[in-house]
Design a protein. Structure first.
Length: 151
DNA sequence: TAAGTGCGTCGTT
DNA sequence: AACGACGCACTTA
């Protein structure tokens, strides 16, 4: 289920996942635009699920997140398909080497899984770590991206 | 080497 | 003040 605000895509859930986040009343805004966004989103998601680069994305509304979270998500979006990064790596990438734990929290707060590839973030040493949408996704998705798990 | 424990760390609620 | 989708050092076996 995808959710849109006046700014852009603001939420995305895995199928059969928990209930939706309240927000978005995009009906007030331009419906045609939302439909356009959703078409783009759907295409991007399909690409992701088949292991391809997402291609063009709709505008993302991340205004709901804190500055720290937005920094983290920005890094995640920079991880190419098939690549992975550790929580500590992300922490270093945003210039806060000690904030690895906080990075984990930020990933958990990610409103748009898949398009913001939190599943490419592993714990140190290639271990899986956790995942809000269920660990099986974290195993499945990178699998489709031909990620090589070394130990 | 593998598995378990404890503590430091830091943003969020 | 308490709680993590972590990391590291340090036991044990």
């Amino acid at each position: 289920m995808a959710s849109y605000s006046a700014t852009g895509l603001c939420g995305l859930d895995f199928p059969s996942n928990r209930s939706n986040r309240g927000k978005n009343r995009a009906e007030d805004a331009n419906l045609p635009q939302v439909r356009r966004w959703h078409a783009t989103t759907a295409k991007a998601v399909r690409s992701m699920l088949s292991g391809q680069a997402p291609g063009p994305l709709p505008p993302l509304d991340l205004g709901s997140g804190t500055v720290f979270q937005q920094r983290v998500w920005g890094v995640l979006r920079g991880i190419p398909p098939g690549a992975t990064m550790s929580y500590a790596g992300v922490a270093r990438a945003i210039g806060k080497p000690g904030a690895t734990r906080a990075v984990g929290s930020a990933c958990g707060a990610n409103p748009i899984p898949l398009l913001i590839p939190c599943h490419r973030v592993l714990a140190a040493h290639g271990k899986l770590g956790g995942f809000s949408g269920g660990l099986h996704w974290k195993q499945t998705l990178p699998g489709r991206e031909d990620v090589i798990f070394t130990l």
